[in-house]
Design a binder for this molecule. Structure first.
Ligand SMILES: [Zn+2]
Ligand SMILES: [Zn+2]
Length: 498
């Protein structure tokens, strides 16, 4: 029910008149029964007739009229608050949060936090009233049972599942509330549908800091992001996830074109242009270049090139970035800094590739087998099975107490001892200082800056994290990322001690 004569409504009237009449959108004109012959009311009726508005007069008590205006105000603020709530949900989904916590407290005001990859992150603070209105709106105007009243002082559960009220990649939002000493808390669990979960880089094995760095790279309007690694290191899967998530979050507002030789995965929402099979390497390269040039003429926002493999494709990727595109591509390189070397080797201009506005990000990755959780064995029970040299390495770099090693195999893992693979990676968002070291060929300063100032972990360190979490077998990790540590002590002496 809309009240047309409400403040800011369709028909403007004075406050005095508003106390005694209310025109509803169904044509009823509510008039206080003691004011039916009031000259202002008669005047208003004349105005409605003049406006050719049909209405029927209903006489009622003053309180009823006040009630109509009051409801119209709350429903209006509800709808404003609903927009605010939906923006909050969108932001949480964008941050890949699993939960939104709204703590409403008379002492500490309203705190909103997101749980992102298991960590609670403070998002923003508001007044008590803002939080109170937000929670009331979420509970009373958005949850499935529409007549539910929000009782702050009791524990309540509800759910939002109406499609128009939640972001597209959620199936629903589960609401749980509880009182606390000086207010209450509302926890919203975001129930992602599978398509959205599949886009989460965390599912591939990237850690939360790395995923956040990729989120940063997605927000840069121009620049090339290069993903390095040998064949079979999962680069294409990473690219596909990143592009799909960009497409999902921009709701078709970005034109995404891929040039792939050959296309490996369908990317819904992208224009994927394949490079047709060519006889010779030379023909392939020429076709590939033609396809990239054609793609750039198709007014793209984002271009994905399956690989930079020679000088022309390298130069075209840089050119695309310089002409205002976001470019995602892969290159054969063993670590993140080696990506720059690889481009230099291909003869791409060094000043351009060490410009952080042109080369925005360097990602490097490998795939490591994941331990079967059913048959893995604690390292501490089996450390004697390893050579002294190996034991020494493990003791020095690992938290041996939390490490697991591959077991005998079981039905779950088809006797292999492992289930699937996980990414170990290094993700660098470039900046002026890093690039100035690289321009000066000061590799040591660059590496130190990456580790100490940018706080980037190497693939080796990422692998060690996963070994320490019991997810990856240390020897299998070494097969992929190399020795976990150099030998420094005499292995024979250690053997004697053991
Ligand atoms: Zn089992
Ligand atoms: Zn198993």
């Amino acid at each position: 029910m809309k009240v047309l004569t409400a403040k800011g409504g369709e028909i403007t009237i004075s406050d005095e008149l508003r106390a005694i009449v209310a025109l509803l959108d169904d044509g009823r004109l509510m008039v206080s029964k003691s004011h039916v012959f009031n000259p202002h009311v008669r005047g208003f009726m004349g105005r409605l007739t003049h406006l050719k508005r049909e209405y029927s007069v209903c006489q009622c008590d003053l309180a009823v009229i006040a009630g109509f205006y009051e409801n119209s105000v709350t429903s209006e603020s509800h709808s404003n608050m609903q927009v605010t709530a939906m923006q909050l949900f969108d932001r949480a989904v964008e941050a890949r949060a699993s939960d939104i916590h709204i703590r409403v407290s008379s002492r500490t005001r309203t705190q909103i936090l997101f749980r992102i990859h298991n960590d609670l992150t403070f998002i923003e603070e508001h007044t008590f009233d803002f939080g109170d209105q937000l929670c009331t709106t979420i509970f009373q105007a958005m949850a499935d049972v529409s007549d539910a009243t929000f009782e702050k002082m009791s524990r309540q559960d509800a759910r939002i599942s109406e499609k128009g009220k939640i972001p597209a990649n959620l199936d629903g939002i589960r609401i749980a509330t509880s009182p606390q000493v000086d207010g209450y808390i509302v926890v919203l669990r975001l129930l992602y549908n599978d398509a959205a979960k599949d886009l989460d880089l965390g599912r591939l094995g990237f850690d939360s800091i790395q995923s956040a760095a990729v989120e940063n790279l997605k927000k840069k309007p121009t620049g090339v992001v290069l993903i390095g690694g040998p064949t079979g290191s999962g680069k294409s899967t990473t690219l596909q996830r990143i592009l799909s998530s960009i497409i999902a979050s921009c709701h078709g507002r970005k034109h995404v074109i891929t040039v792939e030789d050959p296309p490996e995965y369908p990317i819904v929402g992208a224009v994927q242009t394949p490079v047709t099979n060519m006889e010779s390497e030379e023909d392939r390269s020429r076709e590939y270049q033609k396809a990239i040039k054609a793609a750039m003429r198709l007014d793209p926002d984002i271009i994905m090139l399956s690989e930079i493999r020679d000088n022309p494709t390298g130069r075209l990727a840089i050119q695309a970035a310089m002409t205002g595109h976001q470019v995602w591509t892969t290159v054969h390189a063993n670590n993140a800094l080696a990506i720059i070397d690889r481009l230099v080797d291909l003869g791409v201009s060094q000043p351009l590739i060490t410009d952080p506005t042109i080369v925005a990000g360097l990602v490097c990755q490998r795939l490591v087998k994941q331990l079967c959780p059913h048959c893995r064995r604690p390292l501490t029970d089996h450390i004697h099975e390893f050579e002294p040299r190996t034991q020494e390495r493990f003791m020095r770099v690992l938290n041996v107490d939390t490490v697991f090693v591959r077991g005998e195999g079981c039905a779950h893992c088809k006797n292999s001892g492992t289930l699937g693979r996980t990414v170990v990676a290094e993700v660098i968002v470039t900046d002026d200082r890093l690039m100035s070291y690289l321009r000066a060929n000061d590799r040591m300063a660059a590496q130190e800056y990456i580790t100490k100032e940018l706080g980037v972990i190497s693939m080796l360190e990422h692998a060690i994290q996963k070994i320490n979490e019991g997810l990856v077998d240390p020897l299998q990790a070494e097969e992929v990322v190399g020795p976990l540590a150099e030998i420094t002590t005499e292995p024979e002496r250690l053997a004697l001690v053991a």
